[in-house]
Design a protein around this ligand. Structure first.
Ligand SMILES: Nc1ncnc2c1ncn2[C@@H]1O[C@H](COP(=O)(O)OP(=O)(O)OP(=O)(O)O)[C@@H](O)[C@H]1O
Ligand SMILES: [Mg+2]
Length: 499
């Protein structure tokens, strides 16, 4: 078993890793560190939640010297991910006095310009906003030595290729380029050929694209029943934290509204929600103020939130890569997770394609019955009761209990109390606008397997329009007048509007 001390790291970084509670490197770290620390270009693929951030963060931070301008750049497809990567790099880099600043759209640019005055050595950015800064000359990339493309395939999907090209062209001289993702569609190769210098490819060997600690199931359910089934599952499974993925922004809004109506604590996140609100939702979800986050694919990539025990695909994802990343929000860092995908009868073929590309099998689970829901709610009551006993938080009620027991027997009393405490299945009417099932297009030809298939083959992706256009969220992958979320995750604002 490898050890962090095997890599000849500086004592500061070794200390930082042990402060973070990292006892031994994960497989991708063990394989990537020796290569990346030599300064070589590298492509790293490993399953979700297996520590890719540290795998690139350590070689990046090791190279940084304290007083030399911006030396490192991490590009990420979404704002939340840029923020999270910056947080992790700051945690590791702190001991060495290295500062990472997140730069992302939707946040006041003046604030970012002020923060740049603190002279961060690393920038973790979404491409659009970084270009704004380059054009304003508030960020100069001339001193950069290391570039990391986190979730590179997704940045391609989102049409960021021109932006990436533009950004990299600003970086003069020799640079080390690292590219990481849990999925590596074939298209990545052209990106690598273009921007990397003889990259070494590091793939953590495993048959499946997903980690074993996520239990994967699916439920065949008609569109109209989805919402009730979701509520039933939430009652039966009482997740610690759950993410529910929907196909469109409207879908997310409607599911959130419905969940709140039925008494769940839920909030939504998608590309049309103002950034300040998005940040707040993530914060409230992380600190468990809300239990359910409903999201479009904007939250599918990279987010590392501990306590996410369940992922529900309210709508089956458009393509296998999206599936891999969505369910990867649970089962991270060796923890267990459960992923449940709703499939309408006409989407079964689509499900089979996801299974074959990801090389996994989802077990079919029956639609839960009212009896199951009641049993789940009863169990939840019992758990709450036991917690109250453990916490010793019942003393004020002891006297009342003793008085009541003088007239009524204990079993009757307790049964009545349990009945009162137990939630009845909530049947408050909720209407969710129906969406058409996703239709699978059979892949033409052999396909590469292992996530190597092109997205275009699934669900009729429209990638022919110009880059700007796509980024502005106008793309409609379903072709049915509902905006699909992909493409509006990071919006470029018109120049005069980005104050
Ligand atoms: N060596 C380690 N030991 C223990 N925990 C670790 C180690 N390295 C990373 N972690 C933790 O594992 C979790 C997942 O790490 P990270 O977010 O880097 O995964 P990832 O591979 O980038 O996943 P994704 O593909 O979803 O982006 C984080 O909470 C991180 O702190
Ligand atoms: Mg990651």
């Amino acid at each position: 078993m490898a050890n962090f001390s095997d890599f000849g790291l500086s004592s500061e970084l070794e200390k930082a890793l042990s402060n973070m509670g990292f006892e031994e490197p994960t497989p991708i770290q063990a394989q990537a560190l020796p290569i990346a620390l030599q300064g070589k270009d590298m492509i790293g693929q490993a399953q979700t939640g297996t520590g890719k951030t540290t795998a690139f963060g350590v070689p990046l931070l090791e190279k940084i010297v304290k007083e030399d301008g911006i030396q490192g750049l991490v590009l990420a497809p979404t704002r939340e991910l840029a923020v999270q990567v910056a947080e992790e790099l700051n945690r590791i880099g702190q001991v060495k006095g290295i500062r990472t600043l997140p730069i992302y759209g939707g946040q006041d640019i003046g604030r970012q310009i002020r923060a740049l005055k603190n002279r961060p050595q690393i920038i973790a950015a979404t491409p659009g906003r970084l270009i704004d800064h380059i054009e304003r000359k508030t960020i100069r990339l001339g001193t950069i030595k290391t570039v990391i493309l986190d979730e590179a395939d997704e940045m391609l999907n989102m049409g960021f290729i021109e932006d990436i090209e533009r950004i990299l062209s600003e970086i003069e001289g020799e640079r080390q380029t690292l590219l990481f993702s849990a999925t590596m569609p074939k298209r990545i190769q052209s990106l690598a050929e273009k921007f990397m210098h003889e990259p070494e490819v590091v793939k953590v060997k495993s048959k499946e694209l997903t980690v074993k600690n996520i239990e994967q199931t699916y439920i065949e359910v008609h569109e109209k029943q989805k919402f009730d089934v979701l509520c039933s599952l939430l009652d039966i499974q009482s997740p610690e934290l759950a993410i529910v993925f929907g196909r469109t922004k409207r879908r997310v809004d409607e599911v959130v509204e419905g969940l709140i109506k039925r008494g769940y604590s839920a909030e939504g996140i998608h590309g049309d929600i103002p950034q300040a609100k998005r940040d707040q939702v993530i914060r409230r979800f992380k600190d468990q103020t809300i239990e359910i986050m409903v999201a479009t694919d904007v939250a599918a990539r990279g987010l590392d939130i501990s306590g996410v025990s369940h992922v529900y695909n309210f709508d089956i994802p458009q393509d296998p890569e999206s599936y891999v990343h969505r369910i990867g929000r649970t089962g991270r860092a060796g923890n267990k997770g459960l992923a449940i995908t709703f499939v309408s009868p006409r989407e079964i073929d689509h499900l089979k394609i996801i299974e074959s590309v990801t090389k996994t099998k989802m077990n079919k689970q029956p639609v839960p019955s009212i009896k199951d829901v009641l049993a789940g709610n009863q169990q939840a009551t019992i758990n709450r009761l036991m917690e109250t006993i453990e916490k010793n938080a019942y003393n004020d009620y002891k006297r009342i209990a003793e008085n009541l027991l003088e007239d009524t027997d204990s079993v009757t009393l307790l049964a009545a109390a349990l009945k009162l405490l137990t939630k009845d299945p909530d049947v408050t009417p909720v209407k969710i606008t129906a969406v058409e099932p996703l239709r699978a297009r059979k892949p033409k030809g052999g396909g590469s397997g292992g996530g190597g298939r092109d997205r275009k083959r699934f669900g009729g992706g429209d990638r022919s329009r110009g880059g700007r256009d796509r980024r502005d969220g106008g793309r409609d992958r379903n072709g049915r007048g509902e905006r699909s979320e992909s493409g509006s995750r990071e919006r470029r604002r018109p120049r005069n509007n980005s104050k």
